[in-house]
Each structure stands twice: as structure tokens, then as C-alpha cells.
Design a protein around this ligand. Structure first.
Ligand SMILES: Cc1cc2nc3c(=O)[nH]c(=O)nc-3n(C[C@H](O)[C@H](O)[C@H](O)COP(=O)(O)OP(=O)(O)OC[C@H]3O[C@@H](n4cnc5c(N)ncnc54)[C@H](O)[C@@H]3O)c2cc1C
Length: 387
């Protein structure tokens, strides 16, 4: 059945993605998870196939296609290997989004164009050990010294570290960031080999294994004045907009996670035979669990693609974009959990490959922003009468 949001162009991109996932991504997915190793080969290949820079304008080296096409790609990849979409998101939506919104033509041609084709990898460092969701507390500071910015401080839980060629980071540049005007933070481009810039180890995490997530340090790290991205003290608006793109993307990624888990559980229940009957035919509770999972998936699909359609029509979708991450992570977690339950004992074995969907769904509710902080942000929009 063709969905209402499909067209010929999207079908063509989806067909390329399906082939890539079937032949190259799916066979590597368990290994990436088990080794917690950034899937560099898959990332480069996705770039070669044009699947990374889909929404980057043609003038900046991308394909200039719409957001819905990107959502289809992310959903398809997440069905097999969610972490690859996480790497792509941190790279092109967070860091790439900041470059696209704030970059000069020169900065874009140096960093964004090769990023759109996956030739170089970007990371985006915002989170700090103290500030977390609240950027008002950031302590990483940049001061201008002649023709150079000098950066001191550190970031935590940044993805794509070590493999990235370039880091887009934010630092405090005002004496005191202004909580009312939200000014005082600036964005900077840090090439990976900059002296005084340090990269920590990949954390050993619950999920998103292979996202190469860890800390960054700045110790009298000097970069040329020209590496300021956008206007001094004015980074917050671009952080908000690029983060919204990333929250939106958590909708199709969560959808893919839930579908991956559901498909495995449905197939297993129809193959497992006990007392001469399949599990599906024997237990009403299994059948009903699967129908509930299917219903959750289809409800999420409706929310995802109607929100993306609005985004493609020019709406920013600030509130619904955030809700895609909130609702998406909830569905991914719940469907992942029930899939393990349907598998029973073998579902708890890592090599079975089903429990990782639940782990990845759990991290989806935190990585990038916690679901609670997003609900709080949406409630503030409600208070202002925006929704
Ligand atoms: C795997 C992974 C990858 C990541 N990749 C990146 C990256 O590439 N770049 C980057 O900059 N960061 C990245 N992060 C960091 C991520 O964005 C933060 O973990 C997230 O924003 C939450 O911040 P925190 O961890 O400091 O938690 P805190 O801010 O300490 O929050 C802890 C808990 O408090 C509650 N809470 C916090 N704020 C609010 C609020 N406003 N309203 C209601 N409740 C609230 C929530 O329950 C939340 O879970 C990543 C995180 C993970 C886990």
C-alpha cells in the first residue's frame, strides 16, 4: 500500500536506502552495537549514496531535497541500525544545521559542502557537566586575544568524537549571559587538530552504541578570529532551530526503532512452535500485544509524516517537532520492551538482536534533550498562546 506522503522522487530515494540497509547496514548492525564502534564505513557509504546531505541546499553541496525524504531515509536505516541515524543527525542536523544557519559562504564551502557528502565528519558540542539542558549555566568561555579566540573549559556527552574532523561548539562570550534576551553564547568552528583541544574516550553506554559519545576539553585552545560562527553572543537562536530539526528527526528514527522491534517479534511469534501451535495462534495475549504495538507504530507514523508535511510547507513546527521526540521515544521504548517480552528468554540474549531496540529507545528519551525538558518547553509555548 502506498502511503499518502509518497511520490516518485521519494520512492526512488527510499529504494536506494532499502538496498543499502539490506545489503550493507543490516549485516553490520549487531557488530556495531556489540563493539561500540563508530560505523565509519557505513557513514561514508551513506554519504556516497547521497543519504546524508539530503536537506542541505544544492548551493551548499547537498541535494536540496525536502524534509520528508530525509525522514524516510532515517526511518529505514533505524529499522536496522538506529545509531547510524544518530551519527548522521549529530553531524548534519546539529553541527551542519549551525553551519547552514550561521556560516559565511567560505565557512560553508570549507566545512558544510564536504560534510554533506560524508567526506568529512562533524560533531556538535553543547552539553556541559553542569549546565545540561540549561545553557545559562555553561562555563566554557571564549575570549578574544588579538586575532584569535582563546577557549577554555569542556563539554560532555558529545557524539561523533574522535572520528570528527571539525567540531561546532558553543561557548560563553559575554561577561554574563543574559537570561532574558538569551544572548551571550557564541558558536565556533574547531578543527580536530587544533592545539589545546582534547577529545576524551568513547563512553560505554546503555544504548546508541557506536555513537562515539564522550567529552571534549579546551585548554588555552586558540583558533583564528574567523572561526567565530555567526555573530558574537548570538548563537542561541540557531541552537534552538538546529535542535528542533534534530528533535523532529527523532520521530522517524523512533518509528524505525519500533518497526524493527515489532517486525522481529511478529515474525518470531509466527515461527515459534509449542504444543503443535505457533505462539501467535496459541496465545491471545501475544496477538493483542502485537496489535497494540502496530497501533502505536501507525499512530506515530501519522504524527511523524503530518508534522513533516507541515515542516515542508514552511512551518517551523517548534512544538510538534519537540513532541515527535517525546512521543517517538515513548513508543520506541514501549514497543521495544514488549518485543523482548514476546521473545521470552531468547529476547534477553544480546545476540538475538531484539533487546538493543529497547536500549536505543531508552537513550532516545535523553540524548539531545530529555523528554521532560522538551515537554516543559512545549508547555511554555502553550502558556504564550502559541499552541
Ligand atoms: C548518547 C548521547 C549522545 C549525546 N550527544 C550529544 C551531542 O552530540 N552534543 C551535545 O551537545 N550533547 C549531546 N548529548 C547530551 C544530551 O543532550 C544531554 O544528556 C541532555 O540534554 C540532558 O542533559 P543532562 O544529561 O545534563 O541532564 P540534566 O539536564 O541534568 O537532566 C537530568 C534530568 O532532569 C530532568 N530535567 C532536566 N531539565 C529539565 C527541564 N527543563 N524540565 C523538566 N525536567 C528536566 C529530566 O528528567 C532529565 O532527564 C548526548 C547525550 C547522550 C546520552
Amino acid at each position: 500500500m502506498s502511503m499518502w506522503y509518497m511520490n516518485d522522487e521519494r520512492e526512488a530515494v527510499l529504494a536506494t536506502t532499502r538496498e543499502f540497509v539490506r545489503d550493507e547496514v543490516a549485516p553490520r548492525a549487531l557488530e556495531v552495537d556489540a563493539r561500540n564502534e563508530f560505523p565509519l564505513d557505513l557513514f561514508r557509504r551513506a554519504g556516497e549514496l547521497g543519504l546524508i546531505g539530503i536537506t542541505v541546499p544544492e548551493a551548499d553541496g547537498g541535494l536540496g531535497m525536502d524534509q520528508t525524504t530525509n525522514a524516510l531515509v532515517l526511518e529505514e536505516i533505524a529499522k536496522a541500525c538506529p545509531v547510524l541515524t544518530v551519527a548522521m543527525g549529530a553531524h548534519i542536523l546539529l553541527a551542519g544545521g549551525m553551519l547552514q544557519l550561521l556560516g559565511t559562504p567560505e565557512q560553508k564551502s570549507t566545512w558544510l559542502a564536504p560534510a554533506a557528502t560524508g567526506e568529512i565528519i562533524l560533531a556538535c558540542g553543547q552539553t556541559e557537566a553542569v549546565g545540561g539542558d540549561d545553557q545559562g549555566e555553561y562555563t566554557t568561555r571564549a575570549t578574544l586575544d588579538g586575532d584569535e579566540w582563546v577557549i577554555n573549559g569542556g563539554k560532555v556527552l558529545v557524539s561523533n568524537i574522535g572520528v570528527a574532523n571539525c567540531y561546532v561548539i558553543v561557548a560563553v562570550t559575554a561577561q554574563q549571559p543574559d537570561p532574558v534576551t538569551k544572548t551571550g553564547l557564541s558558536a565556533f568552528i574547531i578543527p580536530a587538530d587544533t592545539p589545546g583541544f582534547g577529545v576524551g574516550k568513547d563512553e560505554n553506554k546503555l544504548g546508541w552504541n557506536g555513537s562515539a559519545t564522550g567529552s571534549l576539553s579546551f585548554s588555552n585552545c586558540r583558533i583564528p578570529k574567523e572561526n567565530l560562527l555567526g555573530e558574537r553572543d548570538q548563537a542561541l537562536q540557531a541552537m534552538f532551530v538546529s535542535a528542533t530539526a534534530e528533535f523532529l528527526s527523532c520521530g522517524p528514527v523512533s518509528l524505525g526503532i519500533a518497526e524493527g522491534a515489532f517486525q522481529m517479534a511478529r515474525d518470531y511469534s509466527m515461527q515459534r512452535i509449542q504444543m503443535g501451535q505457533t505462539q501467535f495462534d496459541r496465545f491471545q495475549v501475544t496477538r493483542h500485544k502485537l496489535v497494540k504495538m502496530y497501533t502505536q507504530i501507525e499512530s506515530l507514523r501519522a504524527l511523524v509524516f503530518s508534522t513533516y508535511a507541515q515542516r515542508d510547507a514552511g512551518e517551523l513546527e517548534l512544538a510538534r517537532g519537540r513532541l515527535l521526540k517525546v512521543e517517538g521515544s515513548r513508543v520506541a521504548e514501549e514497543v521495544g520492551r514488549e518485543a523482548i517480552q514476546i521473545f521470552g528468554g531468547v529476547g534477553t540474549i544480546v545476540e538475538t538482536g531484539v533487546e538493543r531496540f529497547w536500549r536505543d529507545g531508552k537513550v532516545m528519551a535523553i540524548g539531545g534533550a530529555s523528554a521532560e525538558a522538551l515537554v516543559e518547553a512545549v508547555s511554555a509555548m502553550m502558556r504564550k498562546g502559541l499552541i
